[in-house]
Design a protein around this ligand. Sequence first.
Ligand SMILES: Cc1cc2nc3c(=O)[nH]c(=O)nc-3n(C[C@H](O)[C@H](O)[C@H](O)COP(=O)(O)O)c2cc1C
Length: 190
Amino acid sequence: MDVYKAILSRRSIRRFQQKPIGIELLKKFVNSARLAPSAANLQPLEFFIVNKKNLCDEIFKTIGWAGYIKPKWTPSENERPVAYIIIMNKDTTKDWNIRDSSLASENIVLTAESEGIGSCILLNIDKKMIKEILNISNYLFIDSIIALGYKAEECVIEEYEDSVKYWRDENEVLHVPKRKLEHIIHVNEC
Ligand SMILES: Cc1cc2nc3c(=O)[nH]c(=O)nc-3n(C[C@H](O)[C@H](O)[C@H](O)COP(=O)(O)O)c2cc1C
């Protein structure tokens, strides 16, 4: 799959098949994050793969899902992520740090997409709880986590009209509004 195709087809997936992802594939995702651009090439990130069922169950409890879906929704027991990658930073003193983790995240989700695996970047998480569950050393700060699994839901792009809020239709398809290209692009003049 070429990169642009993966960019077009990737959507945040929040319902997953209960089929494991091989550890080599998970390591491949981390490898793609390792090779992401890094400000001043400082490479402050480390990555924690979680794929054991009991740990996944604990991490699941720390996550807030799909804030725009009302009433409050979480994936049911048989559609939870089967793995997580926790993105950790050993240096939060630089104000550009967040960019490294964002670029690493994008590499992970696009590599996952190219392997037919769904993903969701998550920031609505209880970082303190995650640190405790995984016994993460004090020198590492949790930036975000990425939920992973083979896809069990359909998501489609909609043209943005008057709201950025995604919604589910009667068939449980998730519709994600995206702003139109002509509304965000400036060529040579503003
Ligand atoms: C930095 C960041 C944090 C996010 N945090 C959450 C989250 O905590 N929970 C969630 O369900 N989705 C989360 N998302 C997914 C966004 O809701 C999703 O990217 C957005 O609705 C656009 O949909 P798309 O990824 O399918 O294009 C996050 C995405 C980003 C980039």
